[in-house]
Design a protein around this ligand. Sequence first.
Ligand SMILES: Cc1cc2nc3c(=O)[nH]c(=O)nc-3n(C[C@H](O)[C@H](O)[C@H](O)COP(=O)(O)OP(=O)(O)OC[C@H]3O[C@@H](n4cnc5c(N)ncnc54)[C@H](O)[C@@H]3O)c2cc1C
Length: 457
Amino acid sequence: MKPILDELRAALGEAQVLSADVAAQRPSSFWDTSPLRARALLRPRSTAEVSTALRICHARGQTVVTHGGLTGCVEGATSTADSVVLSLERMNAIEEIDGIGRTATVQAGVILQKLQEAARERGLLFPVDLGARGSCTVGGNVATNAGGINVIRYGMMRQRVLGLEAVLADGTVISSMNHMLKNNAGYDLKQLFIGTEGTLGVVTRVVVKLEEAPTSRNSAMVALASFGQVTALLKRLQQQLGGQLSAYEVMWGDYFREVTQPGWQRAPLGREHAFYVMLEAEGANPDADAAQFTAVMEQALAEELVVDAVIPKSDTELRALWEIRENFQALYQRKPIFLYDVSLQIRDMEAYVAQVQQRLKARWPASRCDVIGHIGDGNLHFFVHPGCAGEHQHEQSDADVYAPLQAIGGSISAEHGIGTEKRRHLSVSRSGEEIALMQVLKRTLDPQGILNAGKVI
Ligand SMILES: Cc1cc2nc3c(=O)[nH]c(=O)nc-3n(C[C@H](O)[C@H](O)[C@H](O)COP(=O)(O)OP(=O)(O)OC[C@H]3O[C@@H](n4cnc5c(N)ncnc54)[C@H](O)[C@@H]3O)c2cc1C
């Protein structure tokens, strides 16, 4: 039998199969810049080539790790020296944008921002949006069921996917390229590949739902004195902006102070406040929307529901405000940093955050726990820094963050997924029966266990 790399080269062409040393010239991921480890890196140009590659790997029991933009936060795309990496980077075509049906059909390797721009050029909106928009791929967004900053209004990736095409571990192509809003003909098979982190198949093409582009956007950053005010303002905006609220991103005061320290982002508001919120509303009637937004903000200030507010006067000012929320590189000056992505009910958040911070301080008095959240979606992110050297710190930090979650019915992952990083904690959020059913699905669709082996379950 030919060596597997020779067989892959013969089937896909030399240029589509990069050797281990060429692959090692790339970084492992956005978060880990060490050289990429792989037996080979495949760059298929079509679904047929993905199918051929997987058929060969399946026949040999060769493990395969799928790569999108490598921005995932849970080591879901981590490869080993004996795995084959399959990158979707060459499958990056936007095949069609249908302005009447408001759908886009794309290959899985399309960068999210490219899809957003292509939709905007046609007066449409693809509303899934996140800080990694310039690097992450639509296929990766599907595989992780990405959330981001607009979920409060437009939902997560799962709510945007109408159809998809995926290749199973043995090379079988499942084409479920539905363009319709309604289709109850049997099982909704696309759900098998959304949020399952590439463990059940490789997503190759996707049909997503678009919206009409808003013609008005009103934004503000506000400072608040208490978490009660954060939730009261959220309710007020949902009541008074007629469904226009599209982002409500909360930053705890310590996070804001850290990312606005000298040399990083400029603070547009006093740095002494307890909470900050970046909020945005989108609509279709610029004058009326601006008047309503201003009135709501003025009332909130007059009633001291918010302590201070800044409204950007240009796109540059708007971008600078968003940088405070999205650019958290200042936190990464301290190493190590452990990033969390928990989900819980809004009413439990204040007590839960206090409990986690107390537990961490009791363990490591010099620790930091900076918090931000897509709180309208019940989603908080923690950046934990132990503040001292030590062994097993990640596990200890995990224990402090996850232990109080179970009692309040929270989830260890709101949007990042499980990958390898959180696999050992899956039982905090899923029952034994649920995990057993996941394993049945995995064995059925990938009997050799070649796809993203060791990830999720
Ligand atoms: C600055 C920053 C901000 C972020 N903000 C958010 C946020 O607000 N919300 C959020 O949800 N996430 C966020 N993320 C995480 C990340 O961007 C998302 O998880 C994103 O969806 C990953 O896409 P990717 O193309 O980079 O996937 P990768 O990192 O390449 O892969 C992620 C997982 O999906 C699998 N995969 C990738 N492509 C495919 C495919 N075609 N078929 C099958 N499996 C595949 C991989 O094997 C891996 O398991 C952020 C990341 C960064 C760096």
